[in-house]
Design a protein around this ligand. Structure first.
Ligand code: NAP
Ligand code: G3H
Length: 471
């Protein structure tokens, strides 16, 4: 069994308290991590604060060298990390390996992008201030608290840690409990990359027990959080004086406007809905389509859903166990509610503990929870509508606003519809997704606050510092 310790000021912490991490496939322990206490967390922030001045004073190329070394260690250990990820979050091994490789690419791109955070230099001449030149440089905010969710334990963590460190911030990183083995493994990589003391600290423990301590520490200058709406909104309420970037949940709709490429649309919809068993914020979580087109689309979707393999992550099955039995109960509750209210199960609706067969549900109405709530699991509702106007109305009535997809061969119509949809991004003729990672990534309404993506992360973790020369 793996046993990984929290990491503060380049030291592993053993306080004798442990948190067990359950393997979702076997439902047996995959390992354990330190369960930190209040004093350890304060120590992590003190270490980050103390290290920050020296770290930010290093030449950028030196910081890049350290982060690049970390990336090399990540790649050297990619098989090990992918194995840990498969064990602790039941992600298919190949997909897990892909996640680690994608993360290395993000680090490379972030390194290139940080070199372009040039200062803005301007004169005051246009405003009549003929004697002023201003130089506005991007400087680090200070100490960044980075909190990641279970579903991308490597990628969504390092997409916060790398830009923070590169811009001269220091980091206190809290991985999700399911994901802590990966998160704590980063400590080994940080040591191998010879990170200076205190710049990168990993605090482990259950969010509901130590979350407030982690997010309310007075040393925090910025919180970068990815996770559920519930926790995100709590942070909005509590952290009124701290800069926040929140990437939260979604209920991404796919609007199918014509029947000209149904095979292609269905391929995108199925990949979008069932990748990592639907446990993606950007998963397609409802299909809005007219009755006439639905009659043609549903059989194509059904064939594709039935072709998905269901099984174990080590066999690279398309559908693997969802994160725990509590999540499976919640997803089942949404399916049962829809069934009770007259929706039709097209395929799936079978379950063994937390392994859920991919489920396609037709005839979902706006009265059903499945039309509005985020299942975070392998279930796709079809909502039949009477007009494009009704599609847009239902798409926008959601409290979420992450992404949407519009499937339509007439680009002008697609753009007109896309412009009316209230989400951070609308994908025309493609599934919703965060990547390519150089794109800005944002949610509106309950789906988030602020923007991620490579350049935007660098901007959000820095602020302007102006120096004005009067002559
Ligand atoms: P979650 O339960 O909100 O957990 C996210 C992180 O917050 C974990 O590290 C968790 O630690 C921590 N946490 C829990 N309670 C906390 C508290 N009171 N204060 C501070 N931190 C706390 O979310 P999840 O189940 O891991 O992830 C699934 C959700 O995340 C879905 O809603 C999904 O849509 C969303 N998500 C959004 C994006 C996006 O980019 N928009 C990306 C991925 C996931 P513990 O695990 O120890 O509780
Ligand atoms: O789960 C949320 C992730 O940000 C989604 O990323 O679209 O690359 O799967 P993805």
């Amino acid at each position: 069994m793996r046993e990984y310790k929290a990491f503060i000021n380049n030291e592993f912490i053993d306080n004798g308290e442990w948190l067990e991490i359950i393997n979702p496939t076997t439902l047996k322990p995959a390992g354990k991590v330190t369960a930190l206490k209040s004093e350890d967390i304060n120590q992590a922030y003190q270490a980050a604060r103390t290290a920050q001045t020296t770290w930010s004073a290093l030449p950028l190329l030196k910081r890049i060298e350290y982060v690049n070394n970390f990336k090399k260690e990540l790649l050297k250990n990619k098989e090990e990390l992918a194995t840990i990820m498969s064990e602790e979050v039941a992600k298919g091994y190949k997909e897990a390996l892909g996640e680690v490789e994608r993360t290395a690419e993000i680090i490379d791109y972030t390194i290139e992008e940080v070199k372009r955070l040039d200062p803005l230099a301007m004169t005051g001449e246009g405003m009549g201030a003929t004697n002023k030149i201003g130089i506005f440089s991007r400087v680090p905010k200070g100490v960044v608290c980075a909190i990641s969710p279970f579903n991308y334990p490597v990628n969504l963590a390092i997409a916060k840690i790398a830009p923070a460190l590169l811009t001269g911030n220091t980091v206190v990183f809290k991985p999700a409990t399911a994901g802590s083995l990966c998160g704590a493994f980063f400590a080994k990589l940080a040591l191998a990359a010879a990170f200076p003391k205190g710049i990168f600290n990993v605090v482990t423990g259950r969010g509901r027990e130590i979350g407030d301590l982690i997010t309310a520490n007075p040393e925090i200058d910025m919180i970068s959080f990815t996770g559920s709406v519930g926790v995100g909104n709590q942070l909005r309420k509590n952290a009124s004086t701290t800069d926040l970037v929140l990437e939260l949940g979604g209920k991404d709709p796919a609007l199918v406007l014509d029947n000209l490429q149904l095979e292609k649309y269905a391929t995108e919809i199925i990949a979008g809905a069932f990748g990592y068993s639907g446990q993606r914020c950007t998963a397609i979580k409802r299909v809005l389509v007219s009755d006439a087109i639905a009659d043609q689309l549903v059989p194509i979707l059904k064939a594709k859903v039935e072709a998905l393999t269901v099984g174990q992550p080590q066999d690279n099955a398309n559908i693997t166990p969802v994160i725990d039995e509590k999540s499976a109960d919640f997803i089942q509750g949404l399916i049962d509610d829809a069934k009770k209210q007259g929706a039709k199960i097209i395929c799936g609706d079978k379950r063994v503990k937390n392994l859920m067969w991919p489920t396609l549900v037709d005839g979902v109405s706006v009265k059903m929870r499945l039309a509005w709530e985020e299942p975070f699991g392998p279930v796709l509702p079809i909502i039949r509508v009477n007009s494009p106007a009704e599609m847009i109305k239902i798409a926008n009535e959601s409290n979420f606003g992450l992404q949407a997809s519009v499937f339509c061969q007439d680009l002008s119509t697609a753009i007109v519809v896309a412009k009316q949809i209230q989400t951070g991004t609308v994908n025309i003729n493609g599934r919703s997704q965060r990547g390519p990672d150089c794109f800005p990534f944002l949610g509106i309404k309950d789906s988030g606050e602020g923007v991620q993506g490579i350049r935007e992360a660098l901007l959000s973790m820095t602020r302007y510092q102006g120096i004005v020369i009067n002559y």
